[in-house]
Write a protein that binds this ligand. Structure first.
Ligand code: SF4
Length: 282
């Protein structure tokens, strides 16, 4: 899972590091970035977050098994083990009842079953899992965790065999429509850039696997795209530094607000809506 690792505060108005997730937040809405990266606000854990964390851990451990053991049953066991570990530490109060927890578990196991219709995990060996990357991109330090990277053998347009580097990100949320798929690749393109810089090899392809579908989006990558991404990243970095220095964080409303944790609580763009909503008498 792409993880956020930010080191920023208004006491030291210098952007130290930027993660692909936070870069994406700033692009979506500077106010959202401020809530997460500057104010470091945390929100109540949700069943969706719990699913994402547990599924990622189970899939990571699946690939640590010998290939012949990477079966659906083994993955289901790894999911149950991961949940047993994570629940008391990170999600002790998440479910109101055993029935709610059981329904969540069954739904998640169904999602894991669909994973096997998307790829055969016995057919390749990942080069890396949950890679913690901290890479200098020009004057910027970019940090994030990449789910998986592997090499695959394939035939190019001229009929020649080649080894292609592929990076993959798992998603447990709903896949965006095809018209938004390009936007969904934003963070993964940054990871491709980090891999090019740190390994000296341009990934041939990036993949988003939405297990809750299943839906797979794939994009071929070339150096020109990554050069453009480096420029976009530099522009974002500059805009974030300016926002920090001027303490200016516009709330940029869009359809994505409906998925934002801060819409119903503190986002200034929805203050009027909140104050005019009928009050519950509890
Ligand atoms: S609700 Fe919308 S405008 Fe407000 S912080 Fe979230 S994304 Fe930004």
């Amino acid at each position: 899972m792409a993880t956020n690792t930010e080191d920023t505060s208004l006491d030291s108005p210098v952007l130290a590091t930027l993660s692909p997730s936070r870069a994406s937040d700033f692009k979506t809405c500077p106010q959202l970035y401020k809530f997460k990266a500057i104010d470091k606000l945390t929100t109540e854990p949700t069943v969706h977050q719990a699913r994402g964390t547990t599924v990622h851990l189970a899939l990571e451990r699946l690939f640590e098994q010998p290939a012949e053991n990477r079966s659906p049953e083994r993955l289901y066991d790894l999911f149950r083990e991961a949940w047993t570990e994570l629940k008391p530490v990170e999600y002790p109060e998440l479910f109101d009842s055993i029935d709610d927890e059981r329904s969540w578990g069954v739904e998640t196991l169904n999602m894991l079953a669909t994973y096997f219709s998307m790829e055969d995990p016995t057919s390749f060996e990942p080069l890396a899992l949950e890679m913690d990357l901290l890479v200098d991109v020009e004057h910027m330090k970019i940090r994030g965790i990449l789910d998986r990277m592997e090499e695959v053998k394939e035939t190019d347009a001229d009929g020649k065999e080649r080894t292609a580097l592929v990076i993959t990100d798992y998603k447990t949320g709903k896949a965006p429509g095809q018209q938004y798929a390009n936007k969904a690749f934003f963070a993964l393109k940054i990871y491709a850039l980090l891999i090019r810089i740190s390994r000296g090899v341009t990934p041939a392809r990036i993949r988003l696997l939405y297990l809750n579908g299943p839906t797979e989006y794939t994009m071929d990558i070339n150096d020109a795209q990554l050069d453009a991404m480096a420029k976009q990243l530099a522009a974002l970095w500059g805009a974030i530094e300016k926002a920090i220095l001027t303490d200016t964080w516009p709330a940029k409303t869009s359809a994505l607000c409906n998925w934002c944790d801060f819409k119903d609580t503190i986002c200034p763009a929805f203050e009027h809506e909140r104050s005019s909503a009928p009050k519950s008498d509890g």
